[in-house]
Design a protein around this ligand. Structure first.
Ligand code: NAD
Ligand code: DAU
Length: 340
């Protein structure tokens, strides 16, 4: 197992009020009280300060602002020893309806952060997605590996791929001390109700029938967001500079299987859902080979029982209606307009 080579004390976490970023901030606050975290977040529709509420003020500070704002970065970044970059426009369906903010935040925003990391000579960890590799056939015996070619399908994934390429170029050309991780589909608490699992769970809680795209055969590789957070920490502190690590937990499941599991855990009949219009360009299957992360850094997922993780996630949404309710109506209205 690799030794710790970098001991951050003061980090900037962009997008720390979103789903995965806030899970990382809470994980760091719990496990590394010696580390100060400055969250830089624009608080778009997907960002919610409640996601990091209650953490010690001496350890976690929120700066509301845009990663595209170079002047703001000159105020925020100095004095920190690393940037962990989660902020993004993250939802494929939104990127199909309106790609503009995806190009701005995911590409231009990443460029501005890379320049800031360079100006202040600090570490940079880039959070990315397995979707940069495109998709696999349902019956292909292969999984994604770090050196696979980039073949993004959607406006979202193409902007994430673009941002990864910027990071690779900044590491090689300017010697920026950067690492990249590409993770599969996360689930867990604090995920926005536009995403697959929270949408179906909150639909059932609201008496709306769950909605399945296309044939329901598309496969996603699910990982609990806490396992993602631990992997990011391991890469930040022990990963080799300039390297790409894939994060996944052997969690391949078809959408229809996940939906049936939700229906059964929530006491609903197996056919109590609607088939709806498919996503244009819908990726068929994602699957991650995490061997490099496991072998080099000794990382292993802890949440290996998907049914248990799903049941806990459902329980979280059951008991946190005041968190998700304000976003639910507008989200469903937008989907209805798209025939989904
Ligand atoms: P999210 O949409 O829940 O949160 C994104 C956060 O970024 C929000 O808090 C938002 O306010 C903030 N933000 C957006 N634009 C900003 C800007 N211009 N300046 C500052 N802050 C801004 O996203 P998520 O699902 O938590 O994803 C976080 C990161 O992880 C993204 O980079 C995404 O590509 C990546 N990722 C997500 C998954 C997944 O399953 N959700 C899997 C792999 C990788
Ligand atoms: O693979 C990592 C990616 O996972 C991240 O990079 C993205 O930020 C994240 O949003 C997620 O992308 P997906 O498009 O896979 O996630 P989403 O939750 O939107 O959809 C998961 C699957 O479920 C996908 O095949 C589409 C399908 N789906 C989605 C919704 C919202 C449905 O069948 N019905 C739905 O209502």
């Amino acid at each position: 197992m690799a030794e710790v080579v970098f001991e951050p004390r003061n980090i900037v976490v962009t997008g720390g009020c979103g789903f995965i970023g806030s899970n990382f901030v809470r994980w760091v606050a719990r496990n590394h009280p010696e580390v100060h975290v400055t969250v830089l977040d624009k608080l778009t529709y997907a960002g919610n300060p409640a996601n990091i509420a209650g953490l010690p003020e001496s350890q976690v500070e929120l700066v509301v602002g845009d990663i595209c704002d170079a002047d703001l970065l000159d105020e925020v970044v100095p004095g920190h020893d690393a940037i962990v970059h989660y902020a993004a426009e993250s939802h494929n369906d939104n990127s199909i309806a309106d790609p503009e903010p995806f190009v701005q935040t995911n590409v231009v925003g990443t460029y501005r952060l890379l320049q800031a990391a360079r100006r202040y000579g600090i570490r940079y960890h880039h959070i990315s997605t397995d979707e940069v590799y495109g998709d696999l056939a349902l019956d292909e015996p292969r999984r994604f590996e770090p050196d696979d070619p980039y073949r993004p399908s959607s406006p979202y994934s193409s902007t994430k791929a673009s941002s990864d390429l910027l990071v690779r170029a900044w590491a090689r050309t300017y010697g920026l001390a950067a690492t990249i991780s590409n993770c599969s589909n996360n689930y867990g608490p604090y995920q926005h109700v536009e995403k697959f699992i929270p949408r179906q769970v909150t639909n059932i809680l609201c008496g709306i029938r769950p909605k399945l795209y296309g044939t329901g055969e598309n496969v996603r590789d699910w990982i609990h967001t806490e396992d993602h957070s631990r992997a990011v920490w391991d890469i930040l502190t022990k990963g080799r500079i300039g390297e790409t690590y894939l994060i996944g937990a052997d969690g391949e499941r078809s959408n229809i299987d996940v939906l049936r599991e939700i229906l059964s855990l929530m006491g609903e009949p197996q056919d109590a859902f609607d088939w709806v219009r498919d996503r244009p360009g819908h990726d068929r299957r994602y699957a991650i080979d995490p061997t490099k992360l496991e072998r080099e850094l000794g990382w292993r997922p802890v949440h290996t029982d998907f049914a248990e993780g799903l049941a806990q996630t459902i329980e979280w949404y059951r008991t946190h209606e005041s968190w998700w309710r304000p976003a639910k109506e507008a989200t469903e209205r937008r989907y209805a307009e798209q025939g989904q």
